[in-house]
Design a protein around this ligand. Structure first.
Ligand SMILES: [Zn+2]
Length: 245
C-alpha cells in the first residue's frame, strides 16, 4: 500500500490554486487543476462560521456568512465564486455538509443542523441563479483508498486515476491554513469578533469529524517536500515507530 501511494502521489501532483474544491475523491483531474482541496470546498468555510456563531451566540443568519465569504473571496481568488458540490445520489451530496446537517452528527461539528440545511439551500439557489456560486455534481461512487494530507502549497494531488482504479481523499492542509489567514483578515470587516485561532480550531474540528465519519479505517499519509525530495509518510507507521522508540 505505501509503495502504491508513494508512486501515485509522485505521478499525480498537479498545479494548485486559490479556488476551492472538496476533499471528495470523485473529482476528475481536469476539475482539480488549479484548485485547493479542503472539506466542503468554500462551503466548508461558512460551515465553520456557523459553528462559531452557534458556540458564541453571535445570532447572525446563515445567509449573512455566505454573502460575506463571497465578498472576501472575490479579493483573494480574483473571483467571487464560491465552489461547492453535490452528487447524483442525494439532495446534499457533499458528506461534509450532509453529516453536519444530520441531527445525529451535528454535535461533532458544533453546529445547528437546521442552519446547515438553510445555508446549503441558499448556496444551491445562488448557484442556480448564477449569483457567484458554482455547484459541481460529482459522478459515480466513493472508492477512496486512503487520505492524502498534502502540505505542499504550490501543488495539489489529482484525487483519482480511473485508468489505474485508484481514488483518494485529498486535503491541502498547509495551503488551506494560508488561505484561512487571508479569509480571516477579509472577514474581520463583516465579523469583528472573528479570530484566526478560533476559526482555524473550528475548521480543524469539522475536518476531523468528516474524516472520522467518511474515511474511518483508511490509512492517512502526510505529504511534503524536504529539500526538494518528496516525502510520503504513513501516519500509522509513524505512530508505531514513535511508540516503539
Ligand atoms: Zn464534499
Amino acid at each position: 500500500m505505501d509503495e502504491i501511494v508513494r508512486n501515485y502521489v509522485s505521478g499525480h501532483l498537479i498545479p494548485g490554486g486559490n479556488i476551492t474544491r472538496c476533499v471528495d475523491g470523485r473529482y476528475l483531474e481536469k476539475d482539480a487543476q488549479g484548485t485547493l482541496a479542503r472539506p466542503g470546498g468554500a462551503f466548508g468555510y461558512t460551515e465553520a462560521l456557523l459553528g462559531l456563531d452557534n458556540q458564541n451566540n453571535w445570532g447572525r443568519n446563515p445567509e449573512f456568512y455566505f454573502d460575506a465569504l463571497q465578498k472576501v473571496l472575490s479579493k483573494i481568488q480574483g473571483t467571487s465564486i464560491c465552489h461547492f458540490h453535490s452528487d447524483e445520489h442525494s439532495s446534499i451530496g457533499c458528506g461534509h455538509a450532509a453529516k453536519a446537517a444530520d441531527p445525529q452528527y451535528a454535535p461533532q461539528y458544533g453546529v445547528n443542523p437546521e442552519a446547515i440545511k438553510v445555508l446549503y439551500t441558499y448556496a444551491l439557489g445562488k448557484a442556480k441563479r448564477d449569483q457567484g456560486a458554482i455547484c459541481v455534481y460529482l459522478k459515480g461512487a466513493h472508492r477512496e483508498q486512503a487520505v492524502l494530507i498534502n502540505d505542499i502549497t504550490s501543488q495539489t494531488i489529482a484525487p483519482q486515476d480511473p485508468a489505474e482504479g485508484l481514488m483518494y481523499f485529498v486535503y491541502d492542509r498547509k495551503k488551506d491554513r494560508e488561505i484561512v489567514e487571508l479569509i480571516t483578515g477579509g472577514l474581520s470587516e463583516y465579523i469583528p469578533e472573528l479570530r484566526f485561532n478560533e476559526f482555524w480550531g473550528m475548521l480543524s474540528r469539522q475536518t476531523e469529524a468528516t474524516l472520522a465519519l467518511l474515511a474511518a479505517g483508511l490509512p492517512q499519509y502526510e505529504i511534503r517536500l524536504e529539500e526538494g525530495e518528496l516525502i510520503v509518510r504513513n501516519m500509522a507507521s509513524q505512530l508505531l515507530a514513535e511508540m516503539a522508540a
